[in-house]
Design a protein around this ligand. Structure first.
Ligand SMILES: C[S@@+](CC[C@H](N)C(=O)[O-])C[C@H]1O[C@@H](n2cnc3c(N)ncnc32)[C@H](O)[C@@H]1O
Length: 495
């Protein structure tokens, strides 16, 4: 098909962009005009117009209803999504958020969750499966899951609940067998009992105030608005975030994607780190530091999602007891990460932080090196007694490189200091999953287990630490031990 969008003048493109922003809040500045034109071309075809220019003239000619503009909105908002996207979020929901919701709502026995910008339904259905799998759909409770989107085609596909292989790329195969029935060789339909749990409806986030669910006066306990904020301009994003915050009950949670967490700056919402995910909670209810009692015994692991594949081995070298991935040369004039690692090791935190701040500013380093620089910054913060800031840096480091065991280890140590034992254990286990020979992760896990009173598991972890030490020469410096050698640690463990 010939591309008829080239005939649309620059002025008309700007007018169309302004109209779409005004009407649907979708943000297509000049550098996204190609995306805009691609959508126009598609919509023009769908709506039965002969050429794109005529179609744009028609769009801009009067006050058409949302229904009439459906083809355009649909083409502009094709939403990429899949089941159990961001597994750590679903662990956080299961282990901290939902148990807290059950406690807060004990009297009224009602919980409302809202997936705003749900696309083809994978997100709200993942929640429904999570609730069902872990027995959180208690009979005497009213648990409402509302899902909305501006794209009516996506909503219609969501209601059908039929998905191709691509939607299952983050999901455990056993779970797929449990909840889905094959329709043909390439498609599977979600069982009706789970589909029935979700109420799908149209809602344009660019037009606050919002009304959702059976009774719009009821506040939301959890709002997921993930990978949606990027569609909006800064002003609109702020309006939307304020409105979402207003709709939360006190103690309710706003969930955005890891890459959007930094955009949430709303008074009354505070960032809470749960197992590496930053969620935002309304009000000032502290996150329980002890494991929160869930309605039913739940396994520790998260079998709903696929296991993280083992990382390819990155060549490592020891820098005065620290593990630093061997790195290609960095641009001249910049302090090398290895030098900074040595400075951090030597306790020169303030000096190292100055250089690290420059290095970690946008665009200076490629992804993996940036993650390493953030890890070093986190070490500085942790060592000068600023665990909050350390966790923020670690979140960013882990979002860039979740395969670095050293970041998970430090995450575990900081969480342990904050008495968030359950989450600390998860982080230490992740570090060991990624590097089974990580002596300090094994030893710290043993200390944590002892702190939690689990003597049997502590002894096993200590035995594993001794085995690891047994494989090393006496004079090897143990990474992350503050300069101890194998011999020192062996002696310390004997006492
Ligand atoms: C990338 S998908 C995200 C899907 C899901 N939340 C996830 O993270 O996997 C973005 C969704 O936002 C929706 N969206 C974009 N603009 C919107 C608006 N103004 N109101 C409501 N939804 C909107 C799109 O239609 C699309 O389905």
């Amino acid at each position: 098909m010939k591309d008829s969008t080239q005939a649309i003048s620059l002025e008309r493109r700007h007018e169309l962009s302004a109209f779409i922003h005004e009407r649907f809040g979708l943000f297509f500045p000049a550098d996204r005009h190609q995306d805009l034109l691609r959508a126009v071309e598609h919509a023009c075809d769908e709506a039965g117009f002969d050429d794109a220019e005529t179609y744009v003239n028609w769009v801009l000619s009067g006050s058409h209803s949302d229904d009439a503009l459906e083809a355009l909105v649909t083409s502009l908002t094709i939403g990429e999504t899949y089941f159990f996207r961001d597994p750590a979020l679903f662990s956080a929901l299961r282990e901290v958020v939902m148990p807290q919701c059950f406690r807060h709502n004990h009297d009224r026995k009602r919980i409302r969750l809202w997936s705003a910008g749900c696309s083809t339904g994978e997100e709200p259905y993942s929640i429904a499966m999570l609730l069902d799998y872990y027995g959180l759909l208690k009979r005497d409770w009213h648990i409402e899951v509302v899902a909305t989107d501006v794209n009516v085609k996506s909503l219609s596909r969501a209601r059908k609940g039929i998905y191709s292989r691509w939607s299952f790329r983050g999901m455990d195969a056993d779970l797929q067998r449990r909840y889905f029935t094959a329709v043909d060789d390439h498609h599977w339909q979600l069982n009706e009992a789970v589909r029935r749990r979700i109420q799908f409806s149209y809602l344009n986030l660019a037009a606050p105030p919002f009304r959702i669910g059976e009774d719009s006066a009821v506040g939301c306990d959890v709002i997921l608005c993930r990978n949606v904020l990027m569609y909006f301009s800064r002003e609109l994003r702020e309006q939307i975030l304020n409105e979402l915050s207003r709709m939360l009950v006190d103690g309710g949670w706003l969930v955005v994607s890891p890459s959007e967490a930094g955009l949430v700056r709303v008074e009354g919402l505070r960032a809470v780190n749960i197992g590496g995910m930053v969620l935002h909670q309304k009000g000032h209810i502290p996150v329980a530091s002890k494991p929160v009692a869930a309605p039913r015994q739940i396994p520790r692991s998260m079998p709903l999602t696929k296991k993280i594949p083992m990382p390819k081995k990155v060549p490592v070298k020891q820098v005065r007891g620290k593990t630093v991935a061997a790195s290609p040369p960095e641009p001249p004039g910049q302090p090398r990460l290895e030098t900074l690692a040595e400075q951090v090791e030597a306790g020169e935190y303030k000096m190292a932080m100055r250089d690290l701040q420059v290095l970690t500013s946008e665009g200076m380093l490629e992804r993996r090196h940036r993650a390493q620089a953030l890890l070093l910054t986190a070490k500085c913060h942790a060592n000068i007694g600023d665990p909050e800031q350390a966790l923020i840096c670690l979140d960013e480091a882990l979002s860039l490189d979740q395969m670095n065991p050293a970041s998970h280890y430090l995450h575990g140590v900081v969480l342990m200091e904050r008495q968030e034992n359950d989450l600390a254990r998860q982080s230490l286990e992740k570090a060991l999953y990624l590097d089974e020979n990580y002596v300090m992760a094994q030893l710290t896990l043993a200390m944590l287990l002892g702190q939690c009173g689990d003597t049997e598991q502590q002894n096993k972890a200590l035995a594993r630490t001794r085995i690891l030490l047994g494989r090393l020469a006496d004079d090897v410096l143990i990474p992350d031990s503050g300069g101890m050698t194998t011999a020192h640690l062996r002696a310390a463990l004997k006492n």
